[in-house]
Write a protein of this length. Structure first.
Length: 484
């Protein structure tokens, strides 16, 4: 039973003792006044005051009892300001109530009944709210729906019915806190609108919640995504429009969601899918080759998919091509030396650009470096390319290899020749001796080490000089001639 208070008070008028004979009781009167509105809602407090007076003004004692119809709900000993306890004033349900107060009388005062006061109690209004444990669930998944019901002037009791659209999913009773919960297996794929309806009772009006949406996912439809461009090639600064088409298998699902456009794996733009199409435009693609991919993220009914790459070449604007030019198309350097070659860099933009140089295809034990020159702005700038080679040397040594030991073998050969002539050896014997001496000389040329590092071997090589102008890559092929 909900709590509804009726605060009843009694006012006893005290005066001098009545001086008549003891055999006669003094008549009394009881006046009942309800101080709250005579029409109110279930759960509102009802206040009233009973006033007992003797016709001669003498003080009265005894008790006063309050009635709702024929049912008493509170008895008080006569004392000014006495009031009924809160628990005695419960249970004034919806309907018409006839309140009276009855005075018991005492040894000198006669009892009396008050005037009746009619009070009408109307059903209280309620509000209902519903919440879902999940906004999206797979087919066959469980969702808990929780309803909260509150009366305008007190807690609610009774049943709550949960509906999916107009279909009843189940009913459950409210707790003392006005909460009801229902667990449901969602078996039908699609969008669902869930409401909770409080049925009300004799004292409380019913109410229905605002719907909460729940998406039940079925098996996702497979999709294919394709991407196309408004031009096969473009000039830097030209606007290019990319169109992605998303189609679901069987054509039964209209994909929604979004497409992300990627250039070389990096996201560069996105667009919403409308009627299976997403469109994105840009004019900021840099010069060079671009690999554009459209990535569809999927939605509640369709799986995501990625298009095949679309290759697009963006050319520099005419007259603004970045590039480099070496001072010579053939570079000659002796093994062990370094040569410096001027490099002219050019650009057509109005922004100063950083420059760097590198080489590709160099022979073994050759390297290149560059000395930055003037910055490249509109027009041109210069830098210096240095190519260094290595001379032959003993392994582990940086000293170039020389052949003094080989030349010292010639005097020795002369001595042997003289000795051979004295002993009258044959020409054949002399040749054998000279060949042996020559062999000794060559072996001595290896020095005291274990091997010889040949350094950069003489020859003609084709190398590529590469330059970076503000991030743009340019290159030129040249001949590198290494001499002994």
């Amino acid at each position: 039973m909900s709590i509804y208070k009726l605060l009843w008070t009694m006012a006893a008028l005290l005066s001098l003792p009545y001086g008549m004979g003891a055999q006669m009781k003094v008549p009394t009167a009881v006046a009942l006044n309800v101080t709250t509105p005579l029409t109110l809602s279930y759960g509102e407090t009802i206040d009233g005051v009973a006033q007992i007076t003797a016709v001669d003004g003498s003080a009265v004692t005894g008790t006063v009892t309050f009635y709702d119809g024929t049912k008493s709900f509170c008895t008080l000993t006569l004392t000014n300001g006495a009031s009924c306890p809160a628990e005695a004033a419960q249970g004034f349900e919806v309907g018409t109530h006839l309140f009276t107060a009855v005075y018991s009388g005492d040894a000198t005062h006669a009892g009396a009944r008050s005037n009746p006061v009619t009070v009408t109690v109307q059903p209280d209004t309620t509000t209902t709210a519903v919440a879902s444990s999940a906004a999206m669930v797979a087919t066959g998944g469980s969702v808990v729906y929780t309803a909260t019901v509150a009366g305008a002037h007190g807690p609610a009791s009774g049943l709550v019915t949960f509906l999916d659209g107009t279909t009843t999913m189940g009913s459950t009773g409210l707790t003392d806190n006005g909460v009801a919960a229902l667990s449901v297996l969602m078996l039908v794929a699609g969008n669902h609108e869930i409401t909770a309806r409080y049925e009300g009772n004799g004292n409380l009006q019913g109410s229905t919640s605002v719907a909460v949406p729940v998406m039940v996912q079925g098996a996702l439809a497979t999709t294919t995504t394709t991407v196309s461009a408004s031009a096969a090639s473009a000039t830097q600064g030209q606007n290019v429009t990319f169109t992605a088409k998303v189609a679901a298998a069987g054509g039964k699902v209209a994909p929604s969601g979004a497409v992300i456009f990627e250039d070389g794996g990096a996201a560069v733009g996105s667009a919403a899918v409308t009627a299976g199409t997403a469109v994105w435009s840009t004019s900021t693609l840099s010069t060079g080759s671009h690999s554009i991919v459209a990535r569809y993220g999927g939605d509640a009914t369709a799986a995501g998919s990625v298009s095949a790459p679309l290759n697009l070449v963006v050319n520099a604007q005419q007259g603004s091509q970045d590039g480099l030019t070496l001072g010579s198309t053939t570079i000659t350097v002796a093994a062990g030396d370094t040569v410096s070659v001027p490099v002219m860099m050019k650009t057509g933009s109005a922004t100063t650009k950083a420059v760097s140089l590198s080489c590709r295809g160099l022979p073994e034990e050759a390297s290149c470096s560059y000395v930055p020159g003037s910055a490249v702005a509109t027009g041109q700038g210069t830098a210096t390319l240095r190519i260094s080679t290595s001379a032959p040397r003993d392994c582990g040594s940086s000293t170039p290899y020389g052949g003094p030991t080989a030349s010292s073998a010639l005097p020795l050969a002369g001595v042997l020749l003289m000795m051979a002539s004295r002993r009258r050896r044959t020409v054949k014997q002399l040749l054998v001796v000279l060949c042996a001496v020559g062999t000794i000389g060559v072996m001595s040329g290896c020095g005291t080490g274990n091997c010889t590092d040949l350094g950069t071997r003489p020859g003609t090589y084709t190398i590529t000089v590469m330059g970076s102008v503000g991030g743009a890559q340019v290159s030129q092929m040249v001949k590198l001639v290494v001499t002994p």
